[in-house]
Every structure is written in C-alpha cells, then in structure tokens.
Design a binder for this molecule. Sequence first.
Ligand SMILES: CC(C)(COP(=O)(O)OP(=O)(O)OC[C@H]1O[C@@H](n2cnc3c(N)ncnc32)[C@H](O)[C@@H]1OP(=O)(O)O)[C@@H](O)C(=O)NCCC(=O)NCCS
Length: 145
Amino acid sequence: MYPRAKIEIIEHGSESYLAAVRLRDEILVNPAGVVTTALDVAVERELIHVAGFLDRKVVASCLLVPEAEAVRMKRVAVASSLQGGGIGTRMLRFCEAHARSIGADALTAHAREPAVPFYVKAGFATEGEYFVEAGIPHIVVRKRL
Ligand SMILES: CC(C)(COP(=O)(O)OP(=O)(O)OC[C@H]1O[C@@H](n2cnc3c(N)ncnc32)[C@H](O)[C@@H]1OP(=O)(O)O)[C@@H](O)C(=O)NCCC(=O)NCCS
C-alpha cells in the first residue's frame, strides 16, 4: 500500500535514529511510562537500527539484537496513521533478510498481545506462555530463517 516506503539500516546517533527514538516512544506507550533514556541510547550503540522512510520521514523503526543463534527484534513500531498499510510487514522482511545475512538461523521478538496476529501472518510461531514485560502481556515469537 506504500510502495514508496524504504526500509534501511540507520546509524546510531544520527538524525534518523533520533527520529526513530521519538517515534517508538510515541507509539510504544506502556503503563509503566517507560521511554528511551540517555542510558538506553548509550547501550543501543552496539545494536542494529532499522527505520522505514516515507518521503524521507521516519515512519517505522525497530532494533535488532544479535543473540546466540538468533537475532531479536525490539521496539517494533509504525506511525499510527500508517498502521495496517504493510510497512510493518516490509520491515519484518527486511529484518529477516538482514538476520540471514549475518548468519542467524532465526528471528525472534517479545510480541505484545495485540500484535501477535501481525507476527503470525508473517510466519512467526508463538513459544511458551504469556509473561508481563513493562506492565504488558508479551509472548515470544520466532521464525526460522
Ligand atoms: C504491530 C505493527 C508494528 C504492525 O505494523 P503494520 O504496518 O501496522 O502492519 P501491516 O500493515 O504490515 O500488517 C500485516 C498484517 O498484520 C495485521 N495486524 C497488524 N497489526 C495488527 C494488530 N494490532 N492486531 C491484529 N492484526 C494486526 C494486519 O491486519 C495485516 O493483516 P492483513 O494483511 O491480513 O490485513 C504496527 O501496527 C504498530 O506499530 N502497532 C503498535 C505498536 C506495536 O504493537 N508494536 C509491536 C510491539 S511487539
């Protein structure tokens, strides 16, 4: 639905990164009121940052965390007005390709309950039971690459 949207790796600390942090803090509101802190920003230096752009504006973002044999996606968010338009799925596909390119055999996430159908439609399977993270029910989702 948004064929002009481009998904890219962005540099930590760049303008795009700061826009991505603002986007995810706006979209991923949680009951604990947790937002990205200066400490998070410092820790995130080691992570892989992904953003979706529409007309050069950051409209989607997530983080990739390389773990033992899998890559974990974190803080997955699409701008409210564009949700349901396929940008999230394109970002998932990009992350799958990137994870594969760095030798991972799976892509995982801790999915918020309402977002589980989004992951399942993209071929992820749930694992185990729901648990509470940042005051919200989550479940592990995993896709073998
Ligand atoms: C979840 C999110 C990242 C999905 O991105 P998106 O661009 O909206 O998703 P897409 O348009 O690619 O949707 C793909 C499919 O998943 C479904 N889907 C997406 N979000 C959904 C939701 N919250 N509940 C149920 N289904 C959902 C869509 O209906 C679509 O199915 P369809 O192709 O049959 O219509 C985005 O909606 C979002 O940022 N939501 C708020 C924050 C959030 O929950 N992030 C995930 C934290 S784990």
